[in-house]
Design a protein around this ligand. Structure first.
Ligand code: IPE
Ligand code: IPE
Ligand code: MG
Length: 256
């Protein structure tokens, strides 16, 4: 199992990633610090971060990841300077215009989670177009979390349930975990098996709080623009070394 592998980008790792998790979610962090460390403006970090994103999408698709969720803009990122927010919006426009046709040709299915309200109408339209064009594809499901915040998502689901109860269409006794899960932006998607955060920060920052209840968390010290295919495989190897128990005792612990 120590066969050297070389991916299309030419990055070499000593081993393959091992068993591929079905759903990998990534908190792409560290663009600003990557740039600052090089005396560049933060926006340059974001531009380079988008190149990382493109590589990782292709790599994940190539190694057979079923679902890849990328945290691209949080509902709290509006707190940044207007110029930076504007740049991030333009990057999304640029990404969809440039890459949508190619992703579609690679049978990638795009799903966007987050609030459409508050986005510029042309961005909301591009996101709709990306979803509808690729809805019938059977390759990697690429979930773009944009203007996404987990607490607002859960609040929205609870509000929807309350409306149904008030209208007499739902018995409060029927509200269970599935009833909430079905009303989240991620309805129909499996929970992430692995959540990766780059840049050394060790927190979730309002990302998939409900869905990551039993996800394995892997923190990489590398800033997102430097996060490449080999680092992605490394995170999967770390995932494979973990024992998921889901509250049980686990297979590795012998019964005595
Ligand atoms: C992640 O990089 C990208 C977004 C949050 C949009 P940051 O911009 O958060 O970079 P740091 O954390 O300031 O280095
Ligand atoms: C989380 O990163 C959001 C995205 C990666 C899009 P942040 O950089 O916004 O998170 P905090 O502020 O460090 O917690
Ligand atoms: Mg950050």
């Amino acid at each position: 199992m120590t066969k050297a592998t070389e991916d299309p980008a030419g990055h070499v790792s000593d081993e393959g990633p091992g068993e591929i998790p079905r759903h990998v979610a990534v908190i792409m962090d560290g663009n600003g610090r990557w740039a600052q460390a090089r005396g560049l403006p933060r926006t340059e970090g974001h531009r380079r971060g988008m190149e990382s994103l493109r590589r990782i999408i292709r790599h994940a698709s190539g190694i057979g990841v079923g679902y890849l969720t990328l945290y691209s803009f949080s509902s709290e990122n509006w707190r940044r300077p207007a110029e930076e927010v504007g740049f991030l919006m333009s990057l999304l426009r640029f990404f969809i215009r440039r890459d949508l046709a190619e992703l579609h040709a690679e049978r990638v299915r795009i799903r966007v989670i987050g609030l459409r309200e508050g986005l510029a109408p042309d961005i909301a339209a591009l996101l709709d177009e990306a979803e509808s064009l690729t809805a019938g594809n059977d390759g990697l499901t690429l979930v773009i979390a944009f203007n996404y915040g987990s607490r607002a998502e859960i609040a929205e689901a609870v509000r929807a349930l309350a409306v149904e109860v008030a209208a007499g269409r739902l018995d409060p006794a029927a509200i269970d975990s599935d009833a909430i899960g079905e009303r989240l932006f991620t309805a129909g998607l499996p929970d992430p098996d692995l959540v990766i955060r780059t840049s050394g920060e060790q927190r979730l920052s309002n990302f998939l709080l409900w869905q990551s209840a039993y996800s394995e968390l892997v923190f990489s010290p590398v800033h997102w623009p430097d996060f490449d295919e080999a680092r992605f495989d490394e995170a999967i190897r770390e995932y494979n070394a973990r024992e998921r128990r889901f509250g049980g005792v686990g297979a590795r612990q012998g019964v005595r």
